[in-house]
Write a protein that binds this ligand. Structure first.
Ligand code: NAD
Ligand code: DAU
Length: 358
C-alpha cells in the first residue's frame, strides 16, 4: 500500500509525511523538485522503507508516468506548489508552471493510470488536491466566512494559479469521472515553515531583536490552523471524503496581523527578555502594504465537521507556543535555512545524480 505525495519536503507536505509514517504506517513516495522551499532536513531520519524521495517536477510527464507504473499508489496527494504570495507578485511565471501546468500534468497522467485500474483498486483510488482559501478572495469584517459554495475571486497571481488548478481538478471529475477531492484550507503555522512566511519570520526576527515588518495598517485578518490539524483533516478527507466534493478546512482562530505580532512578542519576551529590557512590540515597523492585499480570510467548516467529524484540536495559544518552542529548539535547522546550507546539501547530493531518481 503506497501513496504518492507531491511537495513532501515543504512545510505541510513534510508534516503530513512524518505523521502518515507514524500513524498510518504505509509507504510514501514523495515527488519534489526541491525548490528553495523544499528542505530535506524536514524529513531527516525517515527510512527508505517508509519514505522514498524522487527529485523531479510534477510537470514532467515521464517522471509521473513512471512513478505511477512502478509504485501503483492508491492515492495521489498534490501539495507541490509555489506557495508564497509575495513571490507571485514579483515573479509569477513559476506559479503558472507548477500550480497550473504541473497540476494539469498530474491530472492527465492520473487519468491514464486510473483507466488501467479495475475492481477494488479502481474503487479505492483517490486524487486529493490540496488548495487554499485564498481562491475565494477577500472578505469584509462583517461578511460570513467562506464555505464550499463561495464563488472564486482570486486576487493575487498565486491565488489565481491555485484557482485555475482547482477548476481543472473539478473538470476532471465532471468530464472523466476521475475520483478527485479538493480541500481549501486557511493559513497554516507550525514547525518547519520556511521563514518567508509571517509567523516564522516574526519568531526569528523577534528572537534576534530585529524589526517586525507589518504590511500596511496590520488590520488584515487570517484564520490560523496548526499544521498538525490540517494534516489530520487531509487524512480524514482521504479516507472518508466523497469524490467530486470539496471541503473547507479552517482553524476558527481569526486574528488581525497586529494581534498576532503582539502574541508572538509576548511569548518571546517571556522566554528571552530583550537586551534593552523593552518589549519586542517596540520593534514593530509598518512597511509598504502588499499590492492587492486581501483584507480578511475566514472559514465556515461546518461541512467537514458534519460530514467527516473533523474539528481542529489545537488552540491558537497552544499551537503558537509549540511553534515558538520548535524554532528555539532547532537552531541547526534555522541556521541551515538562513545560511542557505540546506540547498548546498541538495546540490552536493543530487547535483551529479540523475534528478529523476531512477
Ligand atoms: P511550501 O512552499 O512549504 O512547499 C512546497 C513544496 O513543493 C516544496 O517542497 C517545493 O520544493 C515543492 N515544489 C515546488 N514546485 C514543484 C514542482 N514543480 N514539482 C515538484 N515539487 C515542487 O508550501 P506549503 O506551505 O507546504 O504548502 C503546500 C500546499 O498547501 C500548497 O499547494 C499550498 O498552496 C497549500 N496550502 C498552503 C497553506 C499554508 O498556509 N501554507 C494553506 C492552505 C493551502
Ligand atoms: O490562506 C492560506 C494561504 O496562507 C496559503 O495558501 C499560502 O500558501 C500561505 O503563504 C498563506 O498566505 P498569506 O499571504 O496569508 O501568508 P503570509 O504568511 O505571507 O502572510 C500572512 C499575513 O501577514 C498577510 O496578511 C500578509 C502579512 N505579512 C506577511 C509578511 C511576510 C506582513 O504583514 N508582513 C510580512 O513580512
Amino acid at each position: 500500500m503506497t501513496i504518492l505525495i507531491t511537495g513532501g519536503a515543504g512545510f505541510i507536505g513534510s508534516a503530513f509525511i512524518l505523521e502518515w509514517v507514524d500513524e498510518v504506517k504505509e509507504k510514501v513516495v514523495n515527488l519534489d523538485k526541491l525548490t528553495y522551499a523544499g528542505n530535506l532536513d524536514n524529513l531527516a531520519g525517515l527510512s527508505q522503507d517508509a519514505h522514498e524521495l524522487v527529485v523531479g517536477d510534477i510537470a514532467d510527464r515521464d517522471i509521473v508516468t513512471s512513478l505511477l507504473a512502478k509504485h501503483k499508489p492508491w492515492a495521489i496527494l498534490n501539495l507541490a506548489a509555489e506557495s508564497h504570495v509575495d513571490r507571485s507578485i514579483y515573479a509569477p511565471a513559476s506559479f503558472m508552471d507548477t500550480n497550473v501546468l504541473g497540476t494539469f500534468n498530474l491530472l492527465e497522467v492520473a487519468r491514464s493510470y486510473y483507466e488501467t485500474l479495475s475492481g477494488y483498486e479502481k474503487d479505492k483510488f483517490r486524487f486529493l488536491h490540496v488548495s487554499t482559501d485564498e481562491v475565494f478572495g477577500s472578505l469584509s469584517p462583517c461578511d460570513p466566512p467562506f464555505n464550499e459554495e463561495t464563488p472564486y475571486r482570486p486576487n493575487s497571481p498565486y491565488s489565481a494559479s491555485k484557482a485555475a488548478a482547482d477548476h481543472l481538478v473539478r473538470a476532471y471529475f465532471k468530464t472523466y469521472n476521475l475520483p478527485v477531492i479538493t480541500t481549501n484550507c486557511s493559513n497554516n503555522y507550525g514547525p518547519r515553515q520556511f521563514p518567508e512566511k509571517f509567523i516564522p519570520l516574526l519568531i526569528l526576527n523577534a528572537a534576534a531583536d530585529k524589526n517586525l515588518p507589518v504590511y500596511g495598517d496590520g488590520q488584515q485578518i487570517r484564520d490560523w490552523i496548526f499544521v498538525a490539524d490540517h494534516c489530520r483533516a487531509l487524512r480524514e478527507v482521504l479516507f472518508k471524503g466523497q469524490p467530486g466534493e470539496t471541503y473547507c478546512i479552517g482553524g476558527n482562530q481569526e486574528k488581525t496581523n497586529l494581534e498576532l505580532v503582539h502574541e508572538v512578542c509576548e511569548i518571546i519576551d517571556q522566554k528571552l527578555p530583550s537586551p534593552d529590557g523593552l518589549s519586542r512590540t517596540t520593534r514593530i515597523a509598518h512597511v509598504t502594504d502588499r499590492p492587492g492585499h486581501d483584507r480578511r480570510y475566514a472559514i465556515d467548516d461546518r461541512k467537514i465537521r458534519e460530514k467527516l467529524g473533523f474539528r481542529p484540536k489545537w488552540t491558537f495559544e497552544a499551537g503558537l507556543k509549540a511553534t515558538v518552542e520548535w524554532y528555539f529548539d532547532n537552531p541547526g535547522w534555522v541556521e541551515r535555512v538562513q545560511s542557505g546550507a540546506y540547498r548546498k546539501w541538495v546540490e552536493l547530493h543530487y547535483g551529479s545524480k540523475n534528478k529523476k531518481g531512477d
